[in-house]
Design a protein around this ligand. Structure first.
Ligand code: HEM
Ligand code: HEM
Length: 237
């Protein structure tokens, strides 16, 4: 049976009338005849010409659908470019594979929601004058300060482990904006704690404080957007 490596498999991506091949657990399958693969991409998401062994785990069907189509070859085993790491960490990741990729996407929600909430409650205070909203905004700023470092650490970890710490524009932007996020949140928090009346009587200081707080939304949006371009690359057309 024909042997493919990852490079030669890429050719069979359905473009310009080429056949549509996909790989699953070492088998290369020809799905050219399927109406679900005729564009070379399945469900606007899964590219042909690649190994989709992991991706099918998230599908609403099992791998038995692959048996509807003929196997045309086998896929050579990947020469893994694995990241060298201490024995204890390799053991831990083998025992709990979930720790490989999940921690960052799991914890990022916390600084995102705390930052958005700090802005929302500040805004609510400004339009209603209801003091508890302002106190809640301060607490949300505090929550963001507690969780941003957790997101930053897990972000570095996932980049180091899964992207082999390769220099990437998206990560470079995220690192800079994460410093801004943490810096601005701490500045706003300390400023507000030292000046509890900062929003009661508006002054130049209040404007600075509001700018710091409101800037958290664009900062968090940039960090999240560049993160998501890595997990869900944007379709070109
Ligand atoms: C989240 C991802 C996925 C979704 C939402 C999805 C959805 C579907 C749906 C709705 C069908 C048609 C229903 C059926 O025939 O059972 C289908 C068929 C199929 N899917 Fe997927 N799928 C996904 C991922 C994958 C992956 C990763 C592979 C390849 C490893 C794959 C291979 C196939 C094949 C070969 C068929 C049969 C097509 C045919 O009978 O013509 N799917 N998929
Ligand atoms: C400076 C440290 C950071 C680094 C190096 C970093 C790196 C990364 C990497 C490599 C990914 C892709 C993950 C994957 O493919 O599984 C990612 C995703 C993501 N990151 Fe970060 N990140 C950092 C900080 C943050 C912070 C502070 C936030 C939130 C405020 C954040 C929000 C996100 C989001 C929303 C995603 C997309 C997750 C998904 O689609 O499920 N990141 N980040």
């Amino acid at each position: 049976m024909k042997e493919f490596d990852r490079e030669s498999l890429k050719e069979f991506n359905g473009k310009d009338g080429k056949p549509v091949y996909i790989a699953h657990q070492g088998r290369v399958i020809d799905v050219t005849a399927s109406k679900f693969w005729k564009t070379g991409q399945h469900m606007k998401r899964h590219p042909s010409g690649t190994d989709l062994t992991t991706e099918i785990e998230a599908a609403p069907h099992g791998p038995e659908v692959l048996d509807r189509y003929p196997q045309v070859g086998v896929l050579k085993k990947k020469e893994e470019s694995t990241r060298p790491m201490p024995q204890w960490l390799a053991g831990l990741l083998d025992r709990f594979p979930l720790l490989r990729r999940h921690p960052h996407p799991m914890v990022v929600h916390f600084p995102i929601v705390f930052s958005f909430s700090a802005v929302l409650f500040t805004f609510l205070y400004l339009i209603t004058g209801y003091t508890p909203f302002e106190t809640t905004a301060l607490h949300c700023l505090g929550g963001g300060i507690l969780f941003a470092p957790v997101a930053i650490l897990t972000g570095y970890f996932t980049w180091w482990l899964n992207y082999l710490a390769k220099p990437m524009r998206a990560v470079a932007v995220k690192i800079r904006f994460s410093v801004l996020l943490l810096g601005f949140s701490i500045l706003a928090f300390v400023y507000r704690v030292l000046n509890p009346e900062i929003l009661v009587s508006l002054s130049g200081g209040s404007v600075l404080y509001l700018l710091l707080v409101f800037s958290l939304i664009p900062i968090v949006a940039v960090i999240g957007w560049f993160g998501a371009t890595l997990t869900f690359p944007v379709e070109k057309n």
